[in-house]
Design a protein around this ligand. Structure first.
Ligand code: PMP
Length: 315
């Protein structure tokens, strides 16, 4: 057993498992990295620790300071655990679309939560603009996951390294959705550099404009969708188009039906974007022509969606 002396030491080194039932009969295995098993229940624990470590090392974050972040919830949970352990105050700005489970978790962890309307990126009430304004006005440290290069760097250094080790460096394709872009840009960049012929695939909700952007360079129309944490109507600085080869579009219905299958057939207790990633990964595997397995991530845990209609309707 591995022993660790800090909470941050328990982040990462997540298990990778093959989808033995859902992926049966495909030309290559589909392997999923269980990021929902991080201490805060999501992949975002990695960048929460990386951003705080980097800011503390640069001296811009001092003990006792307030950290603020615009977050769909998961980064907030990661920051809240570490803020509690390290003695920072935390303010999270969330769009109202995000689940009440996430709001309650953040409040329970001692964070202050500010809810903003679901406003367009150019609008002053948009959650990112509100967080930046509050940071400026109050002298708080803005974690800035959409722009902070520590986000991409931690996936390049840890998530990608673990994938290389866990697959024996044989990866046919890597599939991920993009919220900040940190996962796909960081993992994609390292795999492209180290695995000849690997395909990097963006899994994008129908309603997001990012798949069109991958294909044409121009964002697609802004539509509504219910999967949380991925897709969008603007391109974050941390999403790097040069490492992405193709995009796969996935509907809410396909994503949520796949979450149910992941829970019931594989015992993987995951959230909506895991469904999106796995639907896209299965399609990529089924197309054939790959020299190795398809790898994807299960970004978060089901426990933060229990109040959502798509989970309530399970019989
Ligand atoms: N899934 C969920 C549930 C998320 O919260 C996020 C991050 N917003 C992602 C996927 C995407 O990860 P990244 O920010 O690294 O693109």
């Amino acid at each position: 057993m591995r022993a660790t002396t800090s909470l941050a030491g328990a982040i990462g080194d997540t298990p990778m498992v093959a989808l033995g039932r859902i992926g049966a009969g495909l030309p290559v295995p589909v392997l999923v990295k269980c990021e929902h098993l991080n201490p805060g229940g999501s992949i975002k624990d990695r960048l929460a620790a990386a951003i705080l470590d980097d800011a503390a090392a640069r001296g811009v974050l001092q003990p006792g300071m307030t950290v603020i972040e615009a977050t769909a919830g998961n980064t907030g949970v990661g920051l809240a655990l570490l803020a509690a352990a390290r003695g920072y105050r935390l303010v999270c700005v969330m769009p109202e679309k995000m689940s009440t489970d996430k709001r309650e978790a953040l409040t329970a962890l001692g964070a202050q939560v500010r809810i903003t309307p679901n406003a367009a990126p150019s609008h002053p009430d948009n959650f990112r603009n509100v967080a930046a304004r509050l940071a400026r006005e109050n002298g708080w440290f803005l974690a800035d996951q959409f722009r902070n290069p520590a986000n991409v760097a931690i996936h390049e250094r840890t998530t990608a390294a673990e994938i290389l080790a866990q697959t024996g460096r044989r990866v046919g394709a890597f599939v991920a959705g993009a919220g900040t872009g940190g996962t796909i840009s960081g993992v994609g960049r390292r795999l492209k550099a180290e695995v000849p012929g690997v395909q990097i695939v963006l899994a994008d909700p129908v309603g997001s404009g990012l798949a069109d952007w991958v294909e044409t360079g121009n964002l697609g129309p802004d539509g509504a969708y219910a999967v949380e944490g991925i897709g969008g109507s603007e391109v974050p600085d941390n999403l790097h188009r040069d490492v992405i080869d193709v995009a796969e579009r996935v509907t809410d219905e396909e994503s949520f039906a796949m979450v149910r299958r992941l829970v019931r057939e594989e015992g993987l207790l995951v959230g909506g974007s895991s469904g999106t990633n796995v639907v896209a990964a299965l399609r990529v595997a089924a197309r054939g022509g790959l020299a190795g397995p398809v790898v994807t991530v299960l970004p978060d845990s089901w426990d933060r969606y229990r109040a959502k209609p798509w989970m309530r309707d399970w019989d």
